[in-house]
Design a protein around this ligand. Sequence first.
Ligand code: DGL
Length: 277
Amino acid sequence: MKKIFTLIKVFLWVVMDNRAIGLIDSGVGGFTVLKELQNYFPNENFIYFGDSKNMPYGEKSNEDIIKLVNNGIEFLIQKEVKFIILACNTASSLIDKLSSSVKLFSIIEAGCLASLDFEKQGKIGLIATRATVNNKTYEEQLEKISSDLSFVSYGTQDLARVINNQLDEINLLKKNIHQAIDPILKQTPVKHLLLGCTHFPIVSETIRELYPEIHLIDPAQKESQLVQKFIIENDLENTSNREGKTIIYLRQDHDDLISKRLLKELNINFESLNFIN
Ligand code: DGL
């Protein structure tokens, strides 16, 4: 009986792949990527896993980050997702060391391609977590596609955590934004700044207010294009004409008001928001 059920499921996937697309972030930052994907793929289903309980990933050892992300990947694979997007840059910076039986997408590839759309040579600013910057994956990825462009990067210690947990403390937020961007400008007066952490696009308006002369690059749109290419090449499209559904799981031991507020502000459609342990 179980075999027949599995066969029917596989047959349906071939005809119309309604399995969800999985997304992983260390917290609420990936909501900005989710929003972009929902706009781009209105008929696809999404399952989002955010590990707010264990964030900031960017201050952890690579060994710990790998364990936590593998755990998130396993969670999503059990929900039968068709592939997984590592919305989190810190997780993406370790993509080669992660274990997964489904395809993993790195947001870092999208970030490098998006940077090249705006600047062909010289320097581009990159703000990311300390782990992302230390792992140098952005530099390695960019070198593969351009020898004329390079990053001036700075690894911030607290900005992602402040955005995840203290978004309303505007003075603290502004202080942390300055601490992240000023060291880059001291080195080189860049025209473009790549937001190499999913949490940062949430506060892009505040960043623009403080640095109106700098153009901000968010890799999320480019990510959607890469995903679309893969979906088409591998026949993974959900051809249903019904609007897709999104289920959100946040690992968090308390009811989290910031995540609820952000979902509303970003106008993200979701069927359920689940706080898990
Ligand atoms: N969202 C993560 C990223 O994109 C960073 C936040 C954290 O340190 O957990 O890198």
